[in-house]
Design a protein around this ligand. Structure first.
Ligand SMILES: [Zn+2]
Length: 212
């Protein structure tokens, strides 16, 4: 039996199965994860990301990003320094945040792989449609914590698990690059584990403030 990739516990049970994959739920942190045997390799994964077209000038995409940007901006003082983690090929969110006076560094495993940006701390970190792709979520949540100044903000966008019936009908699980699914309870567990204050700001937006 594999361990939970978020809390490392052994309380996983089979939650759902479809034609292609299994989905296991942890009784402790309530993360639903796909076992590594069903994960794509990095080449297959990037080939799928290359098909995404996120144009910074696209009005619909900007509206989508504003669901995270607006509640985050409402909490940031002027002229902050941030990092968009997993920004993808077109850094649209960074552009949006820079338009109002913040500076934003970029990191993406595939498209902006300069790891020197991970060696300092920031006033805020954003991760849009990123955490559901993580094969090793514990390591990345620890990194998010380490990247933030005390009192810094973490802005996360990912769709959240509701219940087992909704999960079985959920289009979100059909993307083969999605391997970690979070519920409200998972975010509360994360907040407690890493010392964040958690705000569920929208159906797919979570803001976490690192303790001072
Ligand atoms: Zn767990």
């Amino acid at each position: 039996m594999q361990a939970c990739p978020l809390c490392c516990g052994d309380a996983l049970s089979l939650w759902h199965q479809d034609a292609r994959r299994e989905y296991w739920r942890c009784a402790v942190c309530e993360l639903v994860s796909v076992p590594p045997a069903f994960h794509l390799d990095a080449v297959q994964e990037k080939a799928l990301y290359d098909q995404h077209e996120n144009d910074p000038a696209d009005a619909g995409y900007r509206k989508f990003l504003n669901r995270l940007a607006q509640p985050l901006l409402a909490r940031l003082p002027a002229a902050c320094e941030g990092l968009d983690f997993g920004c993808g090929p077109g850094p649209a969110l960074a552009q949006l945040l820079e338009e109002v006076g913040h500076s934003v560094a970029l990191y993406d495993k595939f498209y902006w792989p300069d790891e020197t940006v991970l060696l300092r701390r920031y006033d805020f970190v954003t991760a849009t449609e990123l955490v559901e792709h993580l094969a090793d979520p514990r390591a990345t949540w620890q990194l998010f914590h380490d990247l933030l100044e005390p009192g810094g903000w973490l802005g996360i966008m990912t769709k959240r698990v509701r219940d087992q019936a909704a999960f079985s009908r959920w289009h979100y699980i059909h993307d083969p690059t999605h391997v970690s699914f979070y519920s409200d309870a998972t975010f509360h567990w994360i907040a407690q584990r890493w010392g964040f204050v958690c705000t569920l700001a929208d159906a797919d937006v979570v803001l976490l403030q690192k303790a001072l």
